[in-house]
Design a protein around this ligand. Structure first.
Ligand SMILES: NC(=O)c1ccc[n+]([C@@H]2O[C@H](COP(=O)([O-])OP(=O)(O)OC[C@H]3O[C@@H](n4cnc5c(N)ncnc54)[C@H](OP(=O)(O)O)[C@@H]3O)[C@@H](O)[C@H]2O)c1
Length: 290
């Protein structure tokens, strides 16, 4: 039996990783590492086998006790934590000290190409400490449509982005959670590999808006804006400066890059096809209406 420690447990990916681990026939002990135990217990009320421990990336005093006797870690960088030296180095030091060797880190597709992004720095940190790892590098989440982009879709009937006709590879977080749960359970087979996981489709936002409009009553449209206009619109909407800059980087830079590569890892691992965009949109269509 292994003790598996899940960070980011209450977020998009963490919930899916825990769901797949809980639904699998495993004898492993799964521990949700969370800031608020009572709130998390309510969120995961259906999983009586799930354990909880108090853990805060922003409070290193919580690291040692939380990771005591842990065998493997699912490590996720919460989006607002960009200072790798401040938040992740002390944590990796503790993981090394606790002799925890197995780290599955949720990175991002293309992380190896840019030394400045936090995911690249965290990958290098894990290697620097000679921990065994699996880096999972997913493409663009379909669920961005039902989270960060949702207010514009619901209330302005628009997707507003500086992304022009750049194509993104779209992946369902359910597929990511499934892959991560398998990698955590079968770590030794994939040890020290960097694995891209993607969906089957590269599509731009005009096409995605077209697909959404096939499923909903009140149509939406895609409004392509330049980065400066985007900045002003989002500032007025009350979005934080840091998040606006991340959104610009994520959506504007792909205009100048090659189309994302498509990986068949999900299908090879699970024997299934990844979720298709049209199916995701049909599944989630009620969220797009206000
Ligand atoms: N969006 C994309 O298209 C995309 C693509 C590839 C990779 N990624 C990467 O995916 C990651 C985000 O994953 P996600 O969408 O699952 O994140 P998310 O939904 O924003 O969830 C963040 C999680 O981190 C926890 N958290 C935040 N601050 C914490 C702290 N100080 N201590 C402990 N836990 C804390 C939150 O817990 P609380 O409940 O306590 O808030 C929550 O469980 C990022 O690294 C991002 O770069 C995103």
């Amino acid at each position: 039996m292994s003790r598996i420690f899940i960070t980011g447990a209450t977020g998009n990916i963490g919930i899916e990783v825990i769901r797949f681990l809980m639904e699998s026939d495993t004898s492993n002990e799964v521990i949700a590492a969370v800031r608020d135990i009572e709130k998390s217990k309510r969120l995961f009320k259906d999983y009586d086998r799930l354990h909880f421990v108090h853990f805060d990336f922003e409070n290193p005093a919580t690291f040692k006790e939380a990771t005591h006797k842990v065998d493997s870690v699912f490590l996720l960088r919460p989006p607002h934590l960009a200072d790798v030296g401040k938040y992740f180095r002390p944590l990796i030091e503790i993981l090394k000290e606790q002799q925890i060797k197995e780290i599955v880190f949720l990175s991002v597709q293309g992380a190896e190409k840019s030394k400045v992004i936090p995911h690249n720095k965290i990958e290098r940190l894990i290697k620097e400490f000679s921990l065994d790892f699996i880096f999972v590098r997913p493409s663009y989440f379909m669920q961005n449509l039902t989270t960060t982009l949702l207010d514009d879709i619901k209330f302005k009937r628009q997707i507003i982005l500086p992304s022009g006709s750049a194509k993104f590879n779209w992946i369902d977080i359910e597929n990511i959670g499934e892959v991560c749960s398998i990698l955590l359970s079968r770590f030794s087979e994939f040890k020290n590999r960097e694995i891209e996981i993607t969906g089957d489709e590269n599509e731009n936002f005009s096409r995605v808006v077209g697909l959404i409009n096939e499923s909903i009553a009140r149509p939406i449209h895609f409004r392509n804006v330049n980065p400066l206009t985007y900045y002003h619109i989002k500032k007025k909407d009350g979005m934080g400066k840091g998040l606006i800059l991340v959104m610009i980087m994520l959506h504007f830079l792909p205009i100048f890059q090659k189309e994302p590569k498509i990986s068949d890892f999900y299908e090879r691992l699970t024997g299934k096809k990844p979720t298709r965009l049209a199916d995701f949109i049909r599944r989630e269509k009620n969220k797009f209406e206000c």
